[in-house]
Design a protein around this ligand. Structure first.
Ligand code: FMN
Length: 316
């Protein structure tokens, strides 16, 4: 997810049970590669393997070049974005907008697969809009072009993020091809994970938004699928420890000034559902320094940890 799955977050998700985590998308426009933002996105130092980098664009030759560039910079898997409806991507006819032009899809896939000797994977939606769900056709094309795994978000491009993801089209895709299919969309609990696996017949699951502020969701799902039982919710003390570790890595990765700003959204996500969260988030968005940010977090979570201890004493 652009703006979310940077190296610190990917590494945290992997530590907490994710089998793979894909980078934020990197533009295929080489004019942008020198920018600080793109260089950061192409930074995989110390990351647990496999390192998968997503590229976005619409020109086959530029996409091939971008794939080579990222492999030279450590990518072990190249993922192609044909799933993102963001205007910035679709206006230049990339992301999920490409699903409208199947011959161009084939040219891009062929060019990228030929350009690199690492596996190439593809991320799509179920189609352009509900009247044009061409996911099965695109999936067959991907397999023919040598794509080695396919992730499918169970919405069309026109759906954006509205309504609910559906898994029937993912099942139809799974039944049409032999390469592994990864089901995606609205998976936010262990039960939903089990349901989506059964409904789609997919080989794996991909989780986006539900991991924001809850990176332990991967181990929760893994545990539930293996045992049919739930891991206990992490107590506030564990959430605090995870968040503080996450922030330390953000400050290191971005530098403290930018790190404090990038951290705000993550802190908001971690505090969702906790008593006093709204007031806390308002305060967090006002402070500019590491000391102030960490001070507010310690104060907020200490209060929750104390309350938990009190409740435990009362219950004993
Ligand atoms: C903030 C944000 C950024 C995203 N960026 C990308 C992206 O760069 N590439 C991509 O393939 N999908 C991107 N997505 C889509 C997600 O990968 C995923 O397909 C979608 O959110 C549905 O899954 P979920 O319900 O588990 O979040 C993004 C989604 C969000 C919310």
């Amino acid at each position: 997810m652009a703006g979310v799955t940077d190296r610190p977050f990917r590494q945290l998700c992997k530590q907490l049970g994710a089998g793979m985590a894909v980078s934020e998308m990197v533009s295929s426009n080489s004019l942008l590669w020198g920018s600080e933002k793109t260089r950061r996105r192409a930074n995989h130092e110390g990351e647990t393997e496999p390192k998968s980098v997503q590229i976005a664009g619409a020109d086959p030759m530029m996409m091939a070049e971008a794939a080579r560039y990222n492999v030279d910079n450590g990518a072990q898997i190249i993922d192609i974005n044909m799933g993102c409806p963001a205007k910035k991507v679709c206006n230049v006819m990339a992301g999920s907008a490409l699903l409208q032009d199947e011959p161009l899809v084939a040219r891009i896939l062929n060019a990228v697969v030929k350009a690199v000797d690492v596996p190439v994977t593809l991320k799509i939606r179920t189609g352009w809009d509900r009247a044009n769900k061409n996911g099965v056709a695109v999936a067959r094309m991907a397999e023919d072009c040598g794509v080695q795994a396919l992730a499918v978000h169970g919405r069309t491009r026109a759906d954006a993020y509205q309504g609910e993801a559906e898994y029937d089209t993912i099942r139809a895709i799974k039944e049409a091809i032999r390469i592994p299919v990864i089901a995606n969309g609205d998976i936010d609990t262990p039960e939903k994970a089990k349901h989506v696996l059964a409904a789609s017949g997919a080989d794996a699951l991909m989780i986006g938004r539900a991991a924001q502020g809850r990176p332990w969701i991967f181990r929760e799902i893994e545990h539930y699928l293996k045992t049919g039982t739930h891991l206990p919710e992490p107590p506030p003390s564990e959430i605090r420890t995870t968040l503080l570790g996450h922030l330390e890595n953000l400050y290191q990765f971005y530098g403290t000034e930018l790190g404090v700003r990038i951290a705000r959204k993550h802190i908001s996500w971690y505090s969702k559902g906790l008593v006093g969260g709204a007031v806390f988030r308002h305060a967090i968005n006002q402070v500019e320094t590491v000391t102030d940010q960490l001070g507010l977090i310690r104060e907020f979570f200490d209060r929750h940890c104390d309350n938990t201890a009190e409740r435990m004493v009362l219950a004993a």
